[in-house]
Design a binder for this molecule. Sequence first.
Ligand SMILES: Cc1ncc(COP(=O)(O)O)c(C=O)c1O
Length: 397
Amino acid sequence: MVVRSPKMSQRAKESEPFRAMAFGARADELIAQGHNVIKLGLGEPDFGAPAVVRQAMIEQMDGRPLPYTPSFGITPLRGAISRFYKQRHNLDVDPRRIAITCGGSEALMLAIAATIDPGDEVLAADPSYPCNRELVTMFGGTVVDVPTDAASRYHLSPETVAGAWTDRTKAVMITSPSNPTGTCIPYPALASICDYAKRRGAWRIIDETYLDLADTEPDGSSIRSALSCDPDAITVNSFSKYFGMTGWRLGWMVLPEPLLNAVDNLAMNTLLCAPTPVQWAALACFTPEAYEECDRRRDEFRARRTLVVDGLRRIGLPVEVEPNGAFYAYFSIASTGLDAWTFCSRLLEERYVALTPGRDFAVATADTHVRLSYAASRSALREGLERVGEFVDSLRR
Ligand SMILES: Cc1ncc(COP(=O)(O)O)c(C=O)c1O
């Protein structure tokens, strides 16, 4: 009998890597060889979890049994998140509608699994978070990359959404603050897009992973959750960024009532539940001590942002739209004469600074833009900017 190799699925063959990870891996190789690499490529806060949360985690490890939890998570944590919405965002969110997940990533997967059928189209800003595109593709849908510009702060606008709408449009996905641009969608645009999609029977999937690392709207008013204008939107959030808990794998989603049973079924058949000790330890996130620490860090991110935006301007690589959230700056390197991939590769190999090329996030700006993550110390940022400046000078000379 001829032994044939098993064939992998079409979906597996077509999957794309998250290239930022590949640049990160190369940076680690260079570090292992003894080079002093400044890593400004990955979207990972450099602080770790708040001290009270780490202590709470240690207490979880005292030998107690750590059984599965309900698939939507432990009741006290769902209640704590509901109170967080009230205190921070002045929103009433029924804890029943809050599902605890393994990071925002599982929340995004469940949101897409619950709403997207093969052939459906999902509108998303170009540029945006690359994993969403992969997830939609995995479930047979197609992401329609909607062009954006500086005027829309690199977000969807009511006009571009209307222009891209077809009878196959099943959902609109918005990430605000955005990865890779760090910009928030202006609230009136968010409200208008949600209303437009709702009236056409489409889902609104709003990724608010960085919401609590946002500061103010350009007009000075505070940033609001999409739940303020669209209580039936599906919103996704995470403990990874504001609470600095990337590796702990914890997030949550707020679901509209009609999706509760279906998403519960999907969640219990896939990951069963988020890690039990992490859920219990995360209760300590919602304490004055943790808020105090996380808010201090958010202020530190703002100070770093100023350092980065000013530094890039001095180098002659201005950030067209100043970020007002997260910890990313997305800027054009077209004036250097290199494409973004070559720019990042050479910058890493020759000057030991890791950035991420636009290709991960974008179609239109794939070759012209790069993302810098300022989740790094001020001294690392200063050193990194100096090296970028020297590199750009050498190219222009
Ligand atoms: C926009 C956005 N959404 C979701 C995630 C997923 O994060 P996590 O699964 O760690 O919550 C990330 C991670 O970088 C992100 O940038």
